[in-house]
Write a protein that binds this ligand. Structure first.
Ligand code: ATP
Ligand code: MG
Length: 335
């Protein structure tokens, strides 16, 4: 649904500031129906990336394709505006008009697109209902909480029936309870309205709760990316540790670390105990819910006769689920 190829963005030097390379050779694909998290520290280029997806900002190099249309190839403002209507956007600071009611805010993009009054009203009302504000149509932004304002902004972004929703720090101004409910709403809407959603955030908790895929930006470059369930099983990848920390290693123990959860990997532990004459103790562990699946990292101490321990550890290594957090310790255990 969204394909960025070799995107570079350099802001030219000004009298006061040297040139800044905000994005450097970023290639990224978001398939239809996905919720893609883009995480990275402040200044890593996340907002620039979001603005490039709908071409509010033109990339210096590379191509942007959304829903089969290469936006970077469009030359007329009319074509570009039509393509942009397929991409909704919400922001940290909501950007609602204070003088308008919730209903009139949601109607605004439809007014601009020339949709007639009755249809506009109906669609705006239906969307506000859908985001849980059916009883707030006549409220002004000042009369709404932060979470409610963001719901109005979501309804407004969805009014032109976009296929893509870009969210730039959409929950960063909200308290934890509102954050959770707005994220759950975004997930539900993505599914129900057949959207493709990009969640820009500096918070890993946002990714854990709402995303199925994630991309890590650092200094304008993609340094890690993938489906949450895949990334978490590459224990040494930069994102794996942020999604599911490695438990602290108890001093003096000889342990092997197993990543379990998602699909099927729990079977490894069952098989280990069934097949080998070893005792298995869990000495440390951490568990996280990622999207709707639970994952854990367990540190196991495997005891028994040396040949049995060796066979059991070989089995774990071959299963792909186990990693020795410190191969030194493992070597010690089987030596
Ligand atoms: N219009 C601009 N002119 C010059 N430099 C810019 C412009 N917009 C962004 N930059 C620079 O590009 C880099 C990336 O900025 P960007 O806003 O994309 O980061 P970000 O990851 O969204 O950060 P934050 O988490 O703080 O929102 C920064 O060094 C920033 O100063
Ligand atoms: Mg930003």
């Amino acid at each position: 649904m969204i394909t960025l190829r070799h995107i570079g963005k350099t802001f030219p030097a000004t009298r006061r500031q040297a040139a800044v390379t905000a994005l450097d050779d970023v290639t990224l694909t978001v398939d239809r129906g996905q919720v893609m998290g883009v995480v990275g520290p402040s200044g890593s280029g996340k907002s620039t990336l979001a603005r490039i997806v709908n071409l509010l900002e033109r990339p210096t190099t590379g191509t942007v394709t959304v829903d089969g249309t290469e936006l970077t190839a469009l030359t007329s403002a009319r074509e570009l505006n039509r393509a942009r209507r397929g991409i909704g956007m919400i922001f940290q600071q909501f950007n609602l008009l204070d003088s308008r009611t919730a209903l009139a805010n949601v109607e605004l993009p439809l007014e601009l697109a020339g949709v007639g009054r009755a249809e506009r009203r109906a669609r705006a009302g239906e969307l506000l209902e859908r985001v849980g504000l059916g009883d707030k149509l006549g409220s002004h932004p000042a009369q709404l909480s932060g979470g409610q304002r963001q719901r109005v902004a979501i309804a407004r972004a969805l009014a032109p029936r976009p296929k893509v929703l870009l969210c730039d720090e959409a929950t960063s101004a909200l308290d934890p309870v509102s954050t959770a409910s707005v994220l759950d709403l975004l997930r539900t809407l993505t599914e129900e309205l057949d959207l493709t959603t990009v969640l820009i955030t500096h918070e890993m908790d946002v990714v854990k709760r709402a995303c199925d895929h994630v991309t890590l930006l650092e200094a304008g470059r993609v340094v890690d990316a993938g489906a949450l369930g895949d990334v978490v099983r590459r224990p040494h990848s930069p994102l794996a540790t942020r999604l599911l920390p490695h438990p602290a290693l108890p001093a003096g123990d000889q342990v092997v670390e197993l990543t379990v959860g998602g699909d099927g990997h729990d079977a490894v532990l069952t098989e280990l105990i069934r097949r080998y004459a070893v005792q298995v103790a869990v000495v440390a562990g951490s568990v996280e819910t990622l999207g709707d699946q639970r994952f854990g990292r367990l540190q196991l101490r495997v005891d028994g006769a040396p040949q049995d321990v060796r066979a059991a550890l070989d089995y774990l290594a071959q299963s792909g689920a186990a990693e020795a957090p410190a191969d030194r310790e493992l070597a010690g255990a089987v030596a």
